[in-house]
Design a protein around this ligand. Structure first.
Ligand SMILES: NC(=O)c1ccc[n+]([C@@H]2O[C@H](COP(=O)([O-])OP(=O)(O)OC[C@H]3O[C@@H](n4cnc5c(N)ncnc54)[C@H](OP(=O)(O)O)[C@@H]3O)[C@@H](O)[C@H]2O)c1
Length: 233
């Protein structure tokens, strides 16, 4: 299968990419920093010499980069089986004190990235009448908390997008899954002082996505909600 994964040089995206690449699927990855993305590709090929890993640098908070990335994918592959809208960033803060422009940055990175890339790639998927789209939401998409601010607003919106898309895509046999994880240890937690064993691992999220994409054609996992065993932080 051909799998597109955004924000795939680190964290969840890297783990998801490894899960598919090690199982013989062709992965198409992006991130902003090309050097780190190249390291990720090289690591995968060293671990699994037959892995098919194609990479392209793109800043998905910018519409022109999204469209350029989508054109590159269409040139590289005739059909996309799975699109995983994972790219995202967390800026902590509260509505009343976060710096001016935080909401715009969070919406550009966490919502418009998924919206515009999906719109660019959907016509091909709708034509082939099959496919699966995963949207990386968050517990912050379903649960308000005081340090959520613009991040939480953008993730609520992303889940709204994901839920609508699920309804719209039923006639086209395209599955849509909202992935709703709580805290899991990735680069975004480094330096936080949180014990990695207190929260989940990136591979937990990757394993759930992989398993959800392997069900019968008539089954659609709508939501994947997973939290640390001891609960949210
Ligand atoms: N970790 C958690 O606890 C947690 C919980 C719930 C939801 N999530 C969500 O899961 C997703 C991944 O989080 P993570 O913890 O794995 O983050 P991470 O370790 O910081 O990795 C983020 C990845 O996305 C890329 N990226 C960031 N901004 C980008 C942009 N504008 N365009 C393209 N690529 C971009 C980064 O590479 P570059 O910096 O080179 O671009 C990197 O490869 C995010 O949507 C996040 O909100 C995370």
């Amino acid at each position: 299968m051909n799998i597109v994964i955004t924000g795939a040089s680190k964290g969840f995206g890297k783990s998801i990419a490894g899960r598919y690449a090690s199982s013989g699927h062709h992965v198409f990855l992006c991130a902003r920093n090309l050097d780190v993305l190249e390291e990720t590709r090289d690591e995968m090929i060293a671990a699994w010499p037959d892995a098919r890993v194609s990479i392209q640098a793109a800043d998905l908070s910018k519409k022109e980069d999204i469209l350029r990335f989508a054109e590159w994918i269409k040139k590289e592959t005739g059909n996309i089986d799975i699109l995983i809208n994972n790219a995202g960033r967390f800026i902590p803060g509260s509505t009343f004190n976060e710096p001016e422009g935080t909401l715009e940055e969070m919406i550009d990175t966490n919502l418009y990235s998924a919206y515009h890339l999906t719109r660019a790639l959907l016509p091909g998927m709708m034509k082939q009448k099959k496919g699966h789209i995963f949207n990386m939401c968050s517990i912050a998409s379903i649960h308000a908390y005081t340090n959520g601010g613009a991040y939480s607003i953008s993730k609520f919106a992303l889940q709204g997008f994901s839920k609508n898309l699920r309804e719209e895509m039923k006639p086209y046999n395209i599955k849509v899954t909202s992935v709703i994880p709580g805290a899991a240890y990735t680069d975004s937690w480094k330096g936080s002082g949180v014990d990695p064993k207190r929260i989940m691992e990136a591979d937990d999220i990757a394993d759930m996505i992989f398993a959800s994409s392997m069900l019968s054609p008539q089954a659609c996992v709508e939501d994947i909600i997973l939290r640390p065993l001891a609960g949210d932080l």
